[in-house]
Design a protein around this ligand. Sequence first.
Ligand code: DAT
Ligand code: MG
Length: 149
Amino acid sequence: MERTFLAIKPDGVQRGLVGEIIRRFETKGFTLVGLKLLNVSRELAEQHYGVHRERPFFGGLVEFITSSPVVAMVWEGDGVIASARKIIGATNPLTAEPGTIRGDFGLNIGRNLIHGSDAPETAQQEVALWFKDEELVSWQPHLTPWLHE
Ligand code: DAT
Ligand code: MG
């Protein structure tokens, strides 16, 4: 079953949007298999955003993500990687569609509330980077027959 890594960034936690954000994935029908609140170390932040190391915003991004707690999550379901990216919306909240998390709650590209893995390879890498195997819980939601024919 497909899994993706999502993280509610410091702005989402500080603004009290944790419940609202989790609700969107939960009510869509995806299954939560990992969840923790943590202070992100500089090392973890630099690894997570390693692909952006040469970009001008990298330093500010690492400062931001390590500045205050983050809610890290793993969600499971068919097509969850691409679907979660749609639920999250475009990187810049000003151009993100209304109805998406960033479109509904964000104003600024550097404060866009939530991270979501962008492809199967990055999802696998990010789940492994942020969670130990024993922190992930495989379970069978009783909703399954009401969500899938
Ligand atoms: P996404 O989070 O939509 O996958 P990304 O991977 O291109 O976007 O960039 C990672 C994060 O870096 C993004 O969520 C916010 C920040 N960022 C990206 N482009 C930026 C820019 N031009 N100025 C400031 N921050 C930026
Ligand atoms: Mg990205």
